[in-house]
Write a protein that binds this ligand. Structure first.
Ligand SMILES: C[S@@+](CC[C@H](N)C(=O)[O-])C[C@H]1O[C@@H](n2cnc3c(N)ncnc32)[C@H](O)[C@@H]1O
Length: 267
């Protein structure tokens, strides 16, 4: 990879100082936006290579993946995904200098057949085909992207962020790598609502979904039992009623019990 230039090293310090806040160097942003013809939402600061490596490792990236890095800088995340794991990858960045560097890095790594870089606004980027989305942005940018990530990505798609979280959408996994926070989210299927559970002991299941966490109750006649340990991991659902744990797979308007003894339909 190209070494970080002194200007960006200064921006890097402003960005590092802003960890956990949204207030970073206004001067840095103004400089960065000149090159991009539109204000950048985040200044350029590269993710250290060891952190890139871990971000891709915790997402278990392999040749079947399509990795999209939103705000791709010098392209190190897409280039590493392609060169080390054989994944296809896309990087988008508003700054044409970053796109030029990224393309050069893809050539040097011999992965131009697998990687594409586009000068494009990350907020206008179509990412529903991704299997892994990576980001090193800012808290307000993550938050603005959050509804689209949850609505547009398929259940089970992985989102990996360096440094910044998604507020009350808690990560499914969090690690510290060389002093940096790396967080992983698994896009949960949507199960909020009422389900008719069929099986040897039918009941109505009312589910209240809060990202990957579930609350709710099973209703049998006039008896209402709160569920416990309700959780979704991609398209997998788990909840416990009265000491019995139910595990199933969420499909299109239906849930199939893993043990074959129950299934549920919406309604
Ligand atoms: C902190 S850097 C991260 C670079 C790279 N992803 C990495 O981790 O090394 C953020 C990048 O987002 C780009 N950026 C900022 N606002 C953007 C926007 N609205 N659309 C696309 N890229 C943007 C910046 O030019 C910068 O390269």
């Amino acid at each position: 990879m190209k070494p970080v230039q002194p200007l960006f090293r200064r921006l890097s310090h402003a960005f590092a100082a802003a960890l956990g806040t949204v207030a970073f160097s206004a001067a840095g942003l103004a400089l960065a936006s000149e090159a991009a013809n539109r204000p950048l939402d985040v200044p350029y600061v590269p993710t250290p290579q060891a952190v890139v490596d871990r971000m891709l490792e915790i997402a278990k990236v392999d040749a079947g993946d399509y990795v999209i890095d939103l705000g791709s800088g010098d392209g190190r995340i897409p280039v590493t995904a392609a060169s080390r794991y054989g994944a296809r990858a896309l990087g988008v960045d508003l700054n044409p200098e970053r796109i030029a560097e990224a393309n050069e890095n893809a050539v040097q790594a011999g992965v131009t057949d697998k990687v594409e870089f586009r000068k494009q606004d990350l907020f206008k980027t179509e990412f529903r085909d991704a299997t892994v989305v990576t980001m090193y942005l800012l808290p307000n940018v993550n938050l603005k992207l959050r509804p689209r990530l949850l609505d547009e990505l398929r259940p089970g798609t992985l989102v990996v962020s360096h440094a910044f979280d998604m507020q009350d959408w808690e990560p499914d996994q969090r690690e510290i790598v060389e002093g940096r926070s790396v967080m992983l989210w698994i896009i949960p299927a949507k199960v909020d609502g009422v389900w008719q559970v069929a099986g040897s002991d039918p009941f109505v299941l009312e589910l209240e979904q809060n990202f990957q966490r579930l609350e709710g109750a099973a209703i049998r006649g006039d008896q209402r039992i709160e569920i416990s340990d309700g959780r979704i991991r991609g398209d997998q659902i788990t909840f416990t009623i009265d000491g019995n744990t139910y595990r199933g797979r969420i499909g299109n308007e239906a849930i199939s019990g893993d043990d074959g003894t129950w299934h549920a339909l919406r309604g």
